[in-house]
Design a protein around this ligand. Sequence first.
Ligand SMILES: [Fe+2]
Ligand SMILES: [Fe+2]
Length: 293
Amino acid sequence: MKLGLNLSFAIKRWLGGERLAALVANELETRYVQFTWDLVDPDWPASTRDTLAREYATAFAAAGVTVESTFGGLASYTFNHILAPTPELRALGKAHLRNAIDMTAAMEVPAAGMPLGSFSADDAVNPARREEIYKMALEAYVDLARHAREQGLSMLLVEPVPLATEFPASAEEALRLMTDLDGQTDVPVRLCVDWGHAMFKPLFGEKATMEHWMEVVGNYIATFHIQQHDGLYDRHWNFTRDGLITPQILSDFWDRHELDEQTYFLEIIYPFEEPDAVVLEDMKAAMKMLRSV
Ligand SMILES: [Fe+2]
Ligand SMILES: [Fe+2]
């Protein structure tokens, strides 16, 4: 299986391209990464932002590490973005992804992604409002995909999230988004499916299996996030902990579905209070486990 690292484990800890690239290449021995916007915020002033982002990109390239995509992290996920209740907030959400596309282009990385957005509590239970805002979100993605192509990107990614107040949550909702956008955008919009989101039992019940997701939207899945979890919350634990997934399950799934191009990006979010040395040792132990199958 093709193993990569989402860089969320590193936020606030290992900063700067040289430091992080050395850690990723030498200590965690990975050649593929997904760069999190929690290291460089797309909404920072563009010239400073791009200088910082390029420094990471240059250092990773020098270390022989490919940055396959950039992705929204914790800071980005705090906001409702293009599914927000007001035109002002939705415009800011659209600008956020546009800024991320620009930063990704400055890094010469081919793809950028994030969850689509979140409805407010009131809109989430109002089917007419959901539909109205969703239609506008589709238009926004057509515009954003045009901008992505102009900037030299070749793909945008959307990550389904396990909340009924967001969209897409289920595999069926993800299929609707993919079908609605298919052929309408200047670069393809595809899915980044997180194992911990897809297997969320409280929302999906019997359909909380990766097999179900593959059946429904397998053709649209460009990449994966992997994490350990208990099916009850979106834990983002590492595989050093017991839970519903084992490295063997990941490996068997990879083989059974004859995956090839996709990457399993390990996406671990540690408590901020976890000591740096503990995080590094835990990351090393998990990578060793994942490589051993
Ligand atoms: Fe994820
Ligand atoms: Fe998550």
